[in-house]
Design a protein around this ligand. Sequence first.
Ligand code: ADE
Ligand code: ZN
Length: 322
Amino acid sequence: MSWKSFPKIELHLHLEGAADPAFIRGLAKEKSIDLQKIFDENGNYKYDGFGEFLSTYEAATQALQSPNDFKRLTQSVLENLAEHNVVYAEAFISPDFCGGRDLGAWREYLAAMQEAHVAGVTLKGIVTCIRHFGPEKARETAKCAAETASDWIVGFGMGGAEDVGRATDFAYAFDIAREAGLRLTSHAGEWGGSQSVWETVNDLKVERIGHGVHSINDLNLVRYLAETGIVLEVNPGSNVALGVFHSFAEHPIAKLRDAGVKVTVSTDDPPFFHTTMTREFEELERAFGWGSDDFKRLNQTALEAAFCDATTKEIISKRLDT
Ligand code: ADE
Ligand code: ZN
């Protein structure tokens, strides 16, 4: 069946990664930037493997040059979310791509993003440092996050190449964010193994992990995640598209859930992976026979794990019931 009208929550969505290729092509044209090399003959994003994915992703962000570009991007992402009845989403946003981590510029970008609006969809932001840009830039990013913590900027996270440095190198950045009252998440266990997840939970003290799927290879870690209630932001379509797993059927999300780990489902960078929240649900139904009760359970886990305030949660909870 189609799960398009089923209400959904998405906790792991990179704002720039959610930009439709046509939107980026349009912006590039307006600014006379040549980005032809990042598109294939069908106009889709082109990459082969994770390293190239990150390069294509960063090249696409070159078209996003002003607060107004980010307002337009946020508006278009909200419209895409509404189409799939995503009633609440948390988006990763990076000061690196919004004025190069300058606090004054960052405030302007942020204000512009918050002007975007679609009825029935609530969006919150998680300021995100990029691991392969290094710990110093991560600290600058954390300072931007700390200065702009609010009921809209609700968290701090880290994406990027997991094989660069160790989690502990970024502990200071996460300390800055934590002291500002921000909730914490970090990518780990996507390309790295269970050791990377252990280091991330121990050294960064996060309450959610982006991906975390390689935890499945370490029974002690699975048990630890289940006992502590650390939530995994799982992105099955992303993992399959990037070759982390061959297929949905081979994806460990069902095993993790059945072992008591709190799992949620998101799209990561939907147009890059030719996915949507609706497609994720459809593939999970096909691979594991998941249905309405399973998706309600996913929503409940996501609602509890969301970084927003209690009043917002009440509003979202009502939207899930309709
Ligand atoms: N940034 C955008 N998508 C990402 C992913 N899947 N892993 C790490 N960093 C990312
Ligand atoms: Zn991600």
